[in-house]
Design a protein around this ligand. Structure first.
Ligand code: C2E
Ligand code: MG
Ligand code: MG
Ligand code: MG
Length: 289
């Protein structure tokens, strides 16, 4: 019932049906970049304990003139394999910083998470370009969290360490995305200056019902706590998972249960509905195990 309530307020992503059988071509992606068809949608993040809206993740979408809205799973790999990923990531980052600037103007100062591409850590001058953009839009780097996947720094740990340390020194938060799905997690965690650990959806989804997922989730949250990192669960879809993670002391929830990714114009309406849903959630006793 609660889930229905929340979903009724969430925008339905009009995922392009027509385009499903169509292989998007490199030419189309190039044109999309030239014609400015890529934009960020935002998925709110909320605190498990207080329900407070604490931030959001910018997620790339392609507004295709014929096929409608296309999710990143359908074009990020294409961009990665053809040298367009850095350009794409840059577009999404600068558009989200511009949106962040607009929110700041309305008094909304929220943490904004962005995904870095796998090559951006070892090529170009990411740190200066990010600093320039933050300055341009008057945004404090401490409000920005950069999400990186493990595979992005295993390519060149030395260079990645240097870039990430520099970013951290300027105040950017650093998140290890999809934690548990890459390589050498523990080694990277010990070496790199992360501030947040993001549990992958594959472990989070219905974790309360599966002993091995439970064990992985529980120890990852514990690990984050001991390392002084914020723990974020991605892919929380139902109330049982929400309650289970709340009991385990996970810090931040990012999942369809609380919010789907949405265009910026929907955020205000979502927030009003979420506050009501969270209030109702608090009314029921927490019993998991
Ligand atoms: P990610 O960074 O791990 O982002 C989280 C993904 O999980 C998003 O998918 C989000 O919609 C989805 N998600 C969140 N909660 C739930 C849930 O409760 N249930 C389900 N089923 N899914 C949930 P999305 O938007 O399709 O993005 C997929 C991936 O594409 C991202 O995974 C990220 O790796 C990549 N990506 C997105 N935007 C960018 C970008 O601007 N630059 C780069 N380099 N990669 C991006
Ligand atoms: Mg991410
Ligand atoms: Mg993730
Ligand atoms: Mg993921």
């Amino acid at each position: 019932q609660l889930k229905q309530l929340i979903e009724s307020w969430s925008p339905q992503q009009e995922l392009a049906k027509k385009e499903e059988g169509h292989r998007l071509s490199l030419d189309e992606l190039r044109r999309a970049l030239e014609q400015d068809q890529l934009l960020p949608w935002y998925q709110p993040k909320v605190s498990f304990s207080s329900g407070k809206w604490v931030g959001m993740e910018a997620l790339a979408r392609w507004q295709h003139p014929q096929y409608g809205l296309i999710p990143p799973g359908r074009f990020i790999p294409l961009a990665e394999h053809n040298g367009l990923i850095d350009q794409l990531t840059e577009v999404i980052i600068s558009k989200s910083l511009r949106d962040g600037h607009l929110w700041e103007e309305t008094g909304l100062s929220l943490n904004l998470s962005m995904n870095l591409s796998t090559t951006s850590l070892i090529e170009g001058d990411l740190c200066n370009s990010l600093l320039d953009q933050c300055q341009r839009w008057g945004i404090n780097p401490e409000l920005i969290t950069l999400e990186v996947t493990e595979s992005s720094f295993v390519q060149d740990v030395g260079k990645s360490l240097e870039v990430l340390t520099r970013l951290r020194m300027h105040g950017f938060g650093l998140s290890i995305d999809d934690f548990g799905t890459g390589y050498s997690s523990m080694q990277q965690l010990a070496l790199l200056p992360f501030t947040e650990l993001k549990l992958d959806r594959s472990f989070v989804d219905h974790c309360y019902a599966d002993p091995s997922r439970q064990a992985i989730i529980e120890s990852s949250i514990e690990l984050a706590r001991k390392l002084g990192l914020k723990s974020v669960a991605e892919g929380v879809e139902d109330e049982m998972t929400w309650r289970f993670l709340t009991e385990l002391g996970c810090d931040v929830c990012q999942g369809f249960f609380s919010a789907r990714p949405m265009p910026p114009c929907e955020l205000k309406r979502w927030h009003a509905a979420w506050k009501e849903s969270f209030h109702k959630l608090g009314g029921t006793a927490i019993t998991v195990h």
